[in-house]
Write a protein that binds this ligand. Structure first.
Ligand code: KIV
Ligand code: NA
Length: 265
């Protein structure tokens, strides 16, 4: 297929084609995932946990993300590359733009940032300056200290209303994509129907417009942390790294993953 572009993402949603995303941190895996037909690759700040061995994403720096983005970009021919703005790099619009420029110059096609509230101004600032943005709501891991752990979000009526409003506001601010993490399936499906931009779920049920998993989780590697409910090892059925990525992509595109056992009711 031809290389992905930002406008093509909304086109895929209109046509009912699911988007398949995985995280990746180096060129070797990037080459395999690109060959497997993965649509979107995320250099996530999850690298703090799965690559650097830390307990949260908070210590990850702009330099860390820029380095891994450059490594991954060299391995891709077709997938759209998204780079995470790490903790506090998006605390104000100017800092966020400086970091985003570094990521785009390293080969990213979009940046991702967590939250709404004052982050809406950051999204507008970036989009106005030609930086495509992916928003991220629900369980935002950079909020771990305030949340007191990694917990499902949007369970109460008030929290669900807030999430619906934040999703609309992120789209209105100019986001091209929205990651929903650890959100009850019904709520994520409702938000996905409400928005024109595609939603990408992780622990957010089958009603999202696409899915993302952390590469290490998709390959069944033990992270040393408690394994969340939505994680599935595709290496056993796939037989190789590329085969696992293809098995995951097929399961997402055919609506077989995630099932109820890998979602929150
Ligand atoms: O950092 C990351 O890997 C992420 C995904 C889990 C969405 O933000
Ligand atoms: Na992240």
């Amino acid at each position: 297929g031809k290389p992905w572009t930002v406008p093509a993402l909304a086109g895929a949603k209109r046509e009912g084609r699911k988007l398949v995303m995985l995280t990746c941190y180096d060129a070797g895996f990037a080459r395999a995932l690109d060959a497997a037909g993965i649509d979107l690759i995320l250099v996530g700040d999850s690298l703090g946990m799965v690559v650097q061995g830390r307990d949260s994403t908070l210590p990850v720096t702009v330099q860390d993300i820029a380095y891994h983005t450059a490594c991954v970009a060299r391995g891709l021919a077709r997938a759209l590359l998204v780079a995470d703005l790490p903790f506090a790099a998006d605390a104000d619009p100017g800092r966020a733009l400086d970091a985003s420029v570094a990521f785009l110059q390293a080969g990213a096609g979009m940046v991702k940032l967590e939250g709404a509230g004052h982050k809406l101004e950051v999204i507008r600032h970036l989009v106005d300056r030609e930086v495509p943005v992916c928003a991220h709501l629900g369980l935002t891991p950079q909020s771990v200290l305030r949340f007191g752990g990694f917990k499902v979000q949007g369970r109460s009526d008030a929290a669900a209303d807030r999430l619906r409003e934040d999703a609309r506001a992120a789209q209105a601010a100019g986001a091209s994509l929205l990651v929903l993490e650890c959100v009850p399936s019904g709520l994520a499906e409702e938000i996905s129907r409400d928005l024109e931009i595609p939603t990408i779920g992780i622990g957010a049920g089958p009603g999202c417009d696409g899915q993302v998993l952390v590469l290490h989780d998709m390959l069944g590697l033990d992270s040393g942390h408690r394994r969340p409910r939505f994680v599935k090892d595709f290496l056993a059925e796939g037989g190789s790294v590329e085969g696992a990525a293809m098995a995951y992509a097929d399961a997402v595109r055919e609506g077989r993953f995630p099932d109820a056992g890998h979602s929150y009711a």
